[in-house]
Design a binder for this molecule. Structure first.
Ligand code: NOJ
Length: 528
């Protein structure tokens, strides 16, 4: 018995020593992320132009699960100073947000620059800089100006000109303070979901060529904006420019050669299509997928491959065009060459990949059908990218967990468990030598979750969308994340017991979390 107790105590001490010794470096940047359409509101404030999400939600409300839209959302357009106070309260080193293209260029093209739009982002950025919070700006997070969609959007081969001009306007106006630029958020979701299927605006559903043509045009636009920065802005402004790609882990179901190849094809279809042309040594689309699409296209009677080619000049332009790899990571899945196959439209990206996907039911499920806590998934993804692309600088630009508005509203233990697991993955990756520079939690606050409207909540802060001022209240996960940022350690036992978050410039009392009980105090927002 005595021996057992000693062994037990030793195990606890060893465990304790382990987590306490695993620290994030002092210069590691902890942050949180959001996107313009999901939080800003002010959809037609001042002279803002219409975006493809404005058009979709207004003309087809049934497309959104709760028939909602981003017209007002969390009203960051009015509440941006409150948002910065929340960042400050969490102790964030950095904040990732996006610019709404049609807020600064109402027509999409650069003929007219909106003074009001520029002023809004200037104020927002200045407020962050005032508190030493590094702004990390995404130029495109899915809200294409509708006028450009009317001209084909990402299917127009001249898309790169519109995007480069827009990027230059952003660099010119904000580049003195913004030193981290991300051109596109999640090319897969832009191209496959928006053009190659029917799940995101602009719902083009060209299953045969939509994804591939969009991918090529997007990559060229990214590269043009990158080179514009490097040539004309970086020498004076000294920042960095990269791209964010969604990299969920895809592993083989078994160790068989067929399953391992199937997993590789699936990785190529999910994110290799966008990562390979930029980060690989040779450039161009991933070889195996490219071959499959070429022979399937021939079989299907197409006169050319449904996957367009890069000319040598284009390949060189795109290759190496990123100072860092932005990784949005949420989940993982297992892939089989033979089992779990579903039927897909023919031709389509999923049919081209032709593999089966399995999600073990024991992996905890979030409120989002596609998001599970897949063990070590972030570690696998980061170490894989590190090896495959020769040690790129990596930022995790999004990582988070959804809960439905009913369960775990404030005591969001599922989210706490998820963040701890993924931050431990990040520590493992750092220990394995991955050049990981930062981690942005998704999301600072609840927001418009695209097709799911407000039914899936990702926020460290809850937003009461029914309230007049869109009141924000911290969840338990906000206190836990704050503690991690303060200590640079993931303490598996930390329980916030008697904490209060003050938004402390005299404006309002935010909320209190006490002994696992949540209570919200007197509340008012009075910035306006
Ligand atoms: C990634 C997207 O960038 C973001 O907009 C979205 O809300 C999250 N995934 C969660 O689905």
């Amino acid at each position: 018995m005595k021996l057992l107790i000693i062994i037990g105590l030793a195990a606890v001490w060893c465990d304790a020593a382990q987590w306490q010794d695993r620290r994030f470096p002092d210069d590691f940047r902890f942050g949180a992320a959001t996107a313009a359409y999901q939080i800003e509101g002010g959809w037609n404030a001042d002279d803002k132009g219409e975006s493809i999400w404005d058009r979709l939600t207004h003309t087809n409300p049934d497309f959104i699960a709760d028939r909602s839209n981003g017209d007002v959302a969390a009203d960051t357009y009015s509440n941006y100073r409150t948002d910065v106070q929340m960042m400050r309260e969490l102790g964030l080193d950095a904040y990732r947000f996006s610019i709404a293209w049609s807020r600064i260029l109402p027509n999409g093209i650069s003929s007219k620059v909106s003074d009001a739009g520029i002023a809004f982002y200037n104020n927002y950025i200045n407020e962050m800089v005032k508190y030493n919070i590094t702004p990390m700006v995404t130029l495109y997070h899915w809200d294409l100006p509708q006028k450009l969609q009317d001209l084909g959007g990402f299917m127009n081969p001249n898309f790169h000109e519109w995007f480069e001009d827009y990027a230059r306007v952003a660099y010119e106006n904000f580049g003195d303070r913004v030193k981290h630029w991300i051109t596109f958020n999640e090319p897969r979701e832009i191209c496959y979901e928006g053009y190659g299927s029917d799940t995101k605006a602009p719902v083009i559903n060209a299953t045969d060529i939509g994804t591939y043509y969009c991918a090529k045009n997007l990559l060229i636009a990214h590269a043009k904006a990158y080179h514009a920065y490097v040539k004309d802005f970086k020498p004076k402004q000294g920042g960095v420019c990269g791209i964010t790609i969604s990299v969920n882990w895809v592993g083989p179901l078994t160790d068989s050669e067929d399953d391992r190849l199937a997993a590789e094809i699936k990785r190529q279809a999910e994110w290799g299509l966008y990562a390979e042309p930029i980060f690989s040594e040779y450039g161009g689309f991933p070889a195996e997928l490219c071959n499959i699409v070429a022979w399937k296209s021939a079989e299907q009677g197409y006169r050319r491959s449904r996957m367009p080619e890069f000319t040598d000049e284009e390949r060189t332009l795109v290759r190496g065009s990123s100072d860092f790899f932005g990784v949005n990571h949420y989940s993982g899945t297992l892939v089989s060459a033979t089992h779990y196959k579903e039927t897909h439209p023919v031709p389509s990206l999923l049919d081209d990949a032709g593999v089966g996907v399995y999600n073990p039911p024991e992996w905890p499920q979030s409120a989002s059908s596609w998001l599970r806590l897949s063990p070590n998934s972030l570690y696998y993804a980061l170490t894989h990218l590190d090896t495959k692309y020769n040690k790129p600088i990596i930022y995790v630009t999004e990582n988070g967990w959804s809960e439905s508005p009913e369960d775990g509203y404030y005591i969001d233990n599922g989210r706490v468990e998820y963040f701890r697991a993924k931050l431990n993955d990040a520590l493992d990756a750092l220990e394995a030598g991955v050049d990981l520079r930062g981690y942005m939690a998704w999301s600072l606050m609840d927001n418009f979750e695209w097709n799911q409207g407000y039914l899936e909540r990702f926020g460290l802060f809850e937003v009461d969308f029914k309230s007049e001022y869109k009141e924000r209240r911290p969840r338990k996960s906000a206190f836990v994340y704050k503690h991690i940022i303060e200590t640079r350690v993931v303490d598996p036992y930390y329980e916030p017991d008697s904490l209060t978050m003050w938004i402390d410039d005299g404006h309002y009392f935010q909320s209190a979390y006490y002994n696992n009980q949540y209570s919200s105090g007197p509340f008012s927002v009075s910035y306006n």
